[in-house]
Write a protein that binds this ligand. Structure first.
Ligand code: ADP
Ligand code: SF4
Length: 692
């Protein structure tokens, strides 16, 4: 790492203390609530993850949404719970970890209303008016009567008291993302009541006003009361709009909360990927009005990673506090790096939403840029610290893709002498190639963060244009060799659907994603067969149709880019491709090819149909580039003779996967070199306690 510099004075404003109700935040860096797949199930992992952010300089660190009652539980998703006092000890782990570093701890109390099918508690969900729940479960929510409303207020009050007892400084009342009872009451489309809680906006806001007042009355003398409100649903007149009712809501409640936390809804808009919202501060156009209607501090998000953009938000009166979820995940030490004048060391979020996929799959959070995310407790990994080298051995890393770059960086951080050899003229491997595809330019940050640091380190030598073979590696005789030689897309159609090559591929021009990224150009009617189901098929369709080709995308799945549902992108991808006039054929696989005729079969019935194609792009599966590894490994005698003590294959060359997993395995390999045991930590899983 480079040595600390001094902070540029133009960023001083970011480090001013801000008063929020009865408490004071030490600076303007505010980690807004974010989900993580740890929640109530993994309290120690959660506390360690939040504690690291406080250590990294965030002035406030908040929980994810925390359910206040079993009538609002969204299992199997793993969020926070504060159902009663028995949950307090788990929360105390987090508040202690956060307070240890002088940060404030915030809790986002939620009741999910008809967004919660209550699959575990089996309680009938509740809503302002009777309606089916907003999942496809065969479950209806019942209309809350006045007794329910009274109970609801009581639950919020008790949860606030419990949160205070758990040590929280900021207590949220949450009406965001259309996932909350309070938002449901506010929205005319869900609230069909004709009592004092329905009808006029003033009536629809009544419950929110009552709950904020209730929570203030319970704990407001010692805690700041935050109100999170989605000011725009991006659905025009059918929903909340920042030009319409949202202004009235802010006007009605203006001075009631101590802090306004404002964003847009639904979650896929709020946490939009860089592919669909490339610009930092993308929520400003919706949220900027809020400050003109309240004197209370306002926090908002916008994937902020640049201190200049942050300063601009404050100086222009858009926000008082810089809110961040993903930038704090990608770099928990972002505030400290700005404070210490180490801006070029910020690990910038690439806006890929792999972090979100953890929550959506009910597994611990992970991050493409920050491989330590979610591993702070289980593996005891720290994003800025790593064990020093064990010996003076030098290390050769072959391949400078995400995996090789991360391994080289962390080995160099440990103090090893590292030589990084890359066959190509450019560093970055697939991150570099994919960053040139539509919407993926931010992927280059995976390369840039690492290359920037590596090129400043005296114990690192980087050789581009250096394809290494078996003989060269044996000749060099580095004691430790890591092979990060990547993967390539298959050309034979084998993948999830086809376990054998598709017949007849030799009768048509076939391409792989690698061909397209290398600049090869298909002609005529282009068919893309996507059996990969993440972003590549859709991105290639977008690229080729934008270049004027006629493109049909075929997938055996029911949806286009089906896995991207977990990154909140699926609907946007499908909508974009429809808008671009890509022909979409779902539920069909390629059966065989005869010249320009492609026979398809229905995934459900096997019924066939034929379509015409001039070029076929196969996006099915990848092969690990592990020939070099297999050759070297097959001759232990030669390795011994060359003085090679350890030989590892990492990243896509070990097993092709996401960018996140390539970085993760590069990081793991660096930690394990003469150090950690790679799998011991996996047995440190948190287990449910046995209560007699
Ligand atoms: P990963 O995602 O695992 O990092 P990538 O495919 O992104 O994998 O990167 C692998 C990198 O390794 C590519 O840049 C490629 O040029 C390089 N590479 C592959 N084989 C060799 C080799 N024999 N010598 C040097 N570099 C290699
Ligand atoms: Fe950003 Fe991707 Fe990391 Fe999420 S996973 S914080 S979007 S880099």
């Amino acid at each position: 790492m480079t040595s600390p510099n001094t902070r540029n004075s133009r960023y001083d404003i970011l480090f001013e203390p801000v008063k929020i109700g009865p408490i004071t935040m030490k600076n303007r860096f505010y980690q807004v609530p974010h989900c993580n797949g740890l929640g109530y199930a993994r309290p120690q992992s959660l506390a360690a993850m939040r504690g690291i952010k406080a250590e990294g300089g965030w002035g406030a660190v908040c929980t994810e949404e925390v359910e206040i009652h079993p009538s609002s539980e969204i299992s199997p998703y793993i969020e926070g719970r504060l159902w009663d006092k028995s949950d307090i000890p788990a929360h105390q782990l987090m508040t202690s970890a956060v307070h240890e570093h002088g940060a404030l701890a915030g809790i986002e109390l939620v009741h999910n209303g008809f967004h919660a099918p209550n699959r575990t508690s089996r309680l009938p969900p509740m809503a302002p008016s009777a309606m089916p729940v907003d999942a496809y479960d065969p479950v209806h929510a019942r209309a809350m009567d006045l007794t329910d409303i009274k109970n609801f207020r009581k639950w919020y009050r008790q949860a606030a008291l419990n949160a205070h007892e758990a040590g929280y400084d900021i207590i949220y009342v949450y009406a965001g993302h259309c996932m909350t009872t309070l938002m449901h009451f506010m929205l005319e489309r869900f609230n069909h009541r004709n009592d004092e809680y329905g009808g006029s906006l003033k009536n629809r806001v009544r419950l929110t006003r009552e709950v904020i007042s209730e929570v203030k009355d319970a704990v407001g003398d010692q805690c700041a009361i935050a109100f999170r409100f989605a000011v725009d649903e991006l659905m025009g007149k059918h929903g909340m709009t920042s030009e319409g009712e949202a202004q009235e809501v802010v006007g009605l409640l203006a001075e009631l909360p101590d802090l306004w936390d404002v964003n847009i809804s639904g979650w896929s808009h709020d946490s939009s990927t860089a592919r669909f919202e490339p610009i930092e501060g993308y929520q400003e156009k919706y949220t900027s009005f809020v400050k003109s209607l309240t004197t209370k501090p306002v926090v908002g998000v916008g994937r902020f990673t640049s201190p200049d953009a942050m300063v601009s938000q404050i100086k222009r009166g858009v926000l008082d506090l810089i809110g961040a979820a993903r930038p704090s995940i990608a770099d928990p030490f972002l505030p400290n790096k700005i404070a210490e004048g180490r801006i070029d060391e910020i690990r910038e979020c690439i806006g890929c939403n792999i972090c979100v996929s953890g929550d959506n799959l009910s597994v611990p959070i992970r991050c493409t840029q920050n491989p330590t995310m979610g591993e702070e407790w289980r593996r005891k990994w720290h994003p800025e610290k790593i064990a020093p080298k064990v010996s003076d051995s030098s290390v050769l890393v072959v391949g400078a893709g995400p995996s090789g770059l991360e391994a080289a960086l962390q080995l160099a951080n440990r103090g090893y002498q590292v030589t990084l050899a890359e066959a190509g003229k450019e560093l970055g491997g697939r991150a570099t190639k994919e960053s040139l595809l539509p919407g993926l330019s931010s992927y280059a940050r995976v390369r840039d963060y690492r290359v920037n640091l590596l090129t400043q380190m005296v114990n690192v030598e980087i050789y581009k244009g250096s394809p290494l073979d078996e003989d060269a590696i044996l000749d060099f005789g580095f004691p430790h060799v890591l092979l990060a030689t990547g993967s390539h897309w298959r050309r034979d159609g084998t993948g999830r659907h086809h376990q054998h090559p598709i017949p007849g591929l030799d009768t048509i021009s076939t391409f792989t994603p690698d061909d397209i990224m290398q600049g090869k150009v298909p002609t005529g009617d282009v068919i893309i067969f996507d059996d990969d189901h993440y972003y590549m098929g859709g991105v290639l369709a977008e690229k080729l149709i934008s270049e004027g080709m006629k493109v049909t995308l075929i997938t055996p799945a029911t949806k286009i880019s089906a896995w991207s549902e977990y990154t909140l992108e699926q609907e946007k991808i499908q909508a974009k491709l429809i808008t671009l006039d890509v022909d979409l054929i779902t539920n069909h696989a390629l059966l065989n090819v005869t010249g320009n005729q492609i026979e398809l079969s229905c995934s459900y019935t096997g019924r066939t149909k034929s379509i015409h194609a001039d070029s076929l792009i196969l996006v099915t599966a990848r092969h690990a580039n592990d020939t070099l590894y297999q050759r070297l490994k097959s001759n232990p005698g030669k390795l011994d003779k060359a003085g090679i003590k350890s030989l590892e294959v990492i990243g896509d060359a070990y097993s092709p996967g996401s960018l996140a997993s390539a970085v993760y395995y590069g990081h793991l390999a660096a930690r394990c070199l003469e150090g950690e045991n790679w799998d011991a930590a996996l047995f440190n899983g948190e287990r449910p306690g046995l209560i007699s």
